[in-house]
Design a protein around this ligand. Sequence first.
Ligand SMILES: NC(=O)c1ccc[n+]([C@@H]2O[C@H](COP(=O)([O-])OP(=O)(O)OC[C@H]3O[C@@H](n4cnc5c(N)ncnc54)[C@H](O)[C@@H]3O)[C@@H](O)[C@H]2O)c1
Length: 352
Amino acid sequence: MSRMSEAMTMDPAASARRAPLKAAIIGMGKVGHTRARVIAERDDVVLVAAADVNTSAAAAYPGIRFETDFRGIVTDPEIDVVFVATTNKVAPDVVCLALQHGKHVFCEKPPGRSVADIERICAAEAANPGCKLQFGFNHRYHYAVLEAKSMVDSGVFGKILWARGVYGKMGGTDFENIWRSNPEEAGGGILLDQGIHMLDLFTHFMGDFSDIQSIVQTMHWDIPLEDNAFALLKTPANQVAMLHSSATQWRHKFNLELCLEEGYITLTGILSSTRSYGDETLVFARKDLDGRTGKPGNPQEEQMFFDKDHSWELEVAAFMDAVTKDQPVKWGNSADALRAMKLVFGIYGVGR
Ligand SMILES: NC(=O)c1ccc[n+]([C@@H]2O[C@H](COP(=O)([O-])OP(=O)(O)OC[C@H]3O[C@@H](n4cnc5c(N)ncnc54)[C@H](O)[C@@H]3O)[C@@H](O)[C@H]2O)c1
């Protein structure tokens, strides 16, 4: 076939699909900037527009359309993909509008301020089945978590008996005044903001939980939202997960222990931009009842250290794969988001 006839038989839609998709970011705060950096590193998507009620970010993106009202951008037929990094109050409206206008959507966690918010989003997704929708549960993509997940799934240590997760930060000097401490903007306190990541990891490793016990309290900060949440969760198979989510953890902490039938896996630290949670460490050992590899109760451990955080890049890569290859969203899909929100609000429901 000649070059000319090849060109004439080319499917214009297919060639259009190969061009970088046009993306917009709604909410250009801390995470919006991170998303912009990750998008800039890719060749299958290009940032063409952004919206934020605060215009201070605009100067950092010359040549990009910048508006204070997200609606014009989200409904623009030129935009293919919308990244949502706003406050919790705004996110569901942006997601639903974008889906209704045929956009693929990547939205940060949490997916709103209530279970009703994520249910509304699920309905918009169901009405627009051609659109991909993923939520930013980026902890699944941290290297220590990826290693732990493949170890658990390999079955080498048997089934999980219990999990114990601590995720805490200190709040901060301005903590009482930020949107995260305002019920109208946030919808929940530290559990919805940060603890939701640990709940998502619990479901990632253990599946659904059917029983919830909890204590949810405001212990220290002068805010009308919880600054500490303690929860005990049980699966239908009697596996138990224990969570402490805290905004009074004066030294930042991330710790997830998984106890399995034949051994254990402990994740300590999680890489963040401030590095205040420490490097990621994964320790694992096979149980050793008679002390062959160490003293009884003190088995020989193996350790892995991770000092790079590519979670933001890996999760956007997974999302863009789903979009460009028309594959289902594997992790952070709407079912995962709904499950996490039901746990958060289940914990609130019995703990207050
Ligand atoms: N995956 C993670 O580890 C992680 C980490 C931090 C934050 N997040 C999530 O990312 C989201 C943003 O958090 P952040 O830390 O960047 O907060 P931020 O306060 O830095 O940014 C939020 C931005 O949204 C903007 N905004 C508010 N209302 C708007 C509207 N109507 N239209 C357009 N923009 C609007 C604000 O002006 C602000 O710039 C939150 O949902 C948060 O939970 C996820």
